[in-house]
Structures are given as C-alpha cells and as structure tokens.
Unconditional design. Structure first.
Length: 353
C-alpha cells in the first residue's frame, strides 16, 4: 500500500510528539560487542536479543519513547514470546525505525576524511524494511573537525549522499532521519564547532532541496554545538544551549518538524541538561527532541549486567533516563531529579547534597 505525503508528515510529527524522543538501538555488531565487553558479557545473537527485548518491553517507556531505531539483525528477530520485536514496539505505540547506511568509509582523494556508503541497492532494502515494519530510517554522516578540516569536498560528498538517501526513503514511504554529525573529538573550541556545523547544515539543506526532499516529511539528527572533548575550556550548559539554538535558527528551515539530537559522546546527564536548557529558551520553529543511544543505555547496561535476575533493574534504569529526557523536552529537567535514579542493584540512589 502506498504511503501518502500526509501519512509521512504524520509519522514525522508523531516521532517528535511533546515529551517524547527516540531510543537509538541500532548499534552495529562490533559496537554492541564493545559495550557488552564493558560489563563482561559475551555478545551473542541471543544475548543481544535479550538485551534489546528488555529495553523494548519496559513498562511505561512508551510515555517517553516515540520511536526506536533498529539494526538489521534486530528488525528480523523475534522476542521470547515469538512475536517479532518490531511488532512488540508497534503494539506499545512505539514506531519502529531502521539504520540503513553501511558506515563511514575513507573518502577517495581526501586527507583522512570519510563518506558514508550504502546507496547501492538502498531502494530494494527500503522496500524490504518497510515490509518488516520500519516507518522511518536513519543515515549518519561523519564530519571531523581540526584547524584544516573539514574540507568542502567532504561536506559536499556527505550532503549529496544524505539527500539521495532521504529522497529514496520518501519515495518508499519511509520518513528519513538525516544525521550529519560534526564530531566532538578534538581540541576545537565551541566557536569552531558552531562554524563547522553551520556550514555543514547549509550544504545539507541546499542538497536536500536540490533532490526534492520534502522537508515536512523528514527529521534532522545533528550534534549539539559543544566544545571539543580535548578543548581546555569547556563551554557551560547555558553557552551550549545558546550556541546550538542560534546555529539552528540560522540553518534549519521551519518546515522541518523536529530536530532529534544525538548525544555524541556526552555523559547521560550532560546530554539531558543541554537539551533541557535549549527547550527552556522558549518557543522554537521545530520540536527539539532526542535520539540517544549510549546516553539512554549506559546506566541500563550497568544495571542489567547481562544477568537474568537483574532485568528489572535494567528496565528501571532505562525508564529513569527516558523520563529525564522527557522532562528535558519541556525545559524543566534539574539535576535534583537524578536522586530518583535506580542503582545497579535496583535500589534508589540517595542524594549526596
């Protein structure tokens, strides 16, 4: 059945519904293996299924989570009940999505820059994914920052790929999430991050319009404007919020329904605090939401620890972080709310104030 333009817009708007955001559970097999290694758990297919099922079946999470980005393996897996995981999500009112890019590869003729691949055969893969229940997709481009980088070559190559991907998604009745990530790795200042992000987004939206992508039927998943992780002077929460909102008001058309930020290596609480501060600045042309992976899962992994008897603890930890980010959607998150966080044993944390 053909998806209409109105249906695509409705899906995009549902993903950024007030108080809700996205769980990015689309880690590749090598990435989730690293995360499991941090808790001394072997990354087997069954263990990955068990972990993700724990996340997807957390009671009450659908009040805060509107959609979940799945990996190819996960969208094909069945839960312990025999129901496919994508169906489990949909029955709880959560929209299934899918990561469709094939990763960042060395950009030919560049100086250690990358371009994201995966366009070959994408139309056919999107058709299959839609049949498996996916209603939105994600494609990530990676932009490195230094005194000399990024090159215009790298920005243009990635903008072109992002736009081609987005156009194919909409052709197949799938909402594209466009993710141009300016990495926080490096010693660059917040000012340098803002300049690079501004130019990157200008080029991305220029290419999206050239390739006839409907802005009303897509979402943007960008980095926040932050200091480089090795920068000796780290910007404050207020500075990050002001710079990010300023940058996006200058570059992101109001037709885009929402901006779903990536956490990009920030700590759980810092990613939440930054999002809250942005929303507290007032009304914006678009919804400011989240699409977090590690920032929603780090505490969950630790609480679960790969043990069957700690699945409930893992669910409590996930629910807490989802709720904190829901509060950030309204600009009312405070660090005092973290006192209610469950520990790895399932007990509530006691405030040290």
């Amino acid at each position: 059945m053909t998806t209409t333009a109105n249906e695509l817009q409705a899906t995009a708007q549902a993903i950024v519904a007030p108080g809700k955001g996205i769980l990015a559970a689309d880690e590749s097999s090598p990435t989730i293996a690293k995360r499991f290694k941090s808790i001394d758990v072997e990354s087997t297919e069954d263990k990955r299924r068990e972990y993700r099922e724990m996340l997807f079946t957390t009671p009450g999470a659908s009040a805060f989570i509107s959609g979940v980005i799945l990996f190819d393996e996960t969208i094909r897996q069945a839960a312990s009940t025999g129901k496919r995981l994508a169906e489990v999500l949909e029955q709880d009112g959560v929209i299934p999505g899918i990561k469709v890019d094939k990763g960042a590869k060395l950009l030919a003729g560049s100086c250690d820059e990358t371009v994201t691949e995966g366009l070959d055969g994408l139309r056919e893969r999107l058709t299959e994914y839609k049949g498996l229940g996916a209603r939105f997709a994600k494609w990530r481009a990676v932009i490195r920052v230094s005194d000399a980088l990024p090159s215009t070559y790298c920005m243009d190559a990635n903008a072109h790929a992002l736009a081609r991907y987005a156009a194919l998604c909409q052709e197949q009745g799938i909402v594209p999430i466009v993710e141009p990530e300016v990495l926080m790795d490096g010693a660059h200042t917040i000012e340098r991050c803002e300049a690079v992000t501004t130019e990157t987004l200008q080029r991305v939206f220029r290419e999206l319009q050239r390739q006839r992508v409907s802005l009303e039927s897509m979402l943007l998943k960008p980095n926040m404007i932050v200091s480089g992780s090795e920068c000796p002077v780290q910007a404050s929460v207020a500075e990050v919020a002001a710079a990010t909102v300023r940058c996006f008001r200058r570059t992101v058309p109001a037709a885009v329904p929402g901006i779903v930020f990536l956490s990009g290596g920030q700590s759980d609480e810092k990613a939440t605090a930054h999002l809250s501060a942005m929303n507290a600045l007032g009304a914006h042309p678009w919804e400011l939401s989240f699409s977090y992976g590690r920032a929603l899962q780090a505490a969950t992994l630790k609480a679960w620890g790969g043990r069957d008897d700690r699945i409930e603890s893992g669910k409590q930890a996930f629910l807490h972080r989802a709720k904190m980010n829901s509060e950030a959607r309204y600009g009312r998150y405070t660090s005092a709310m973290e006192a209610a966080a469950p520990t790895a044993s399932g007990d509530k944390l006691v405030s040290q104030d």
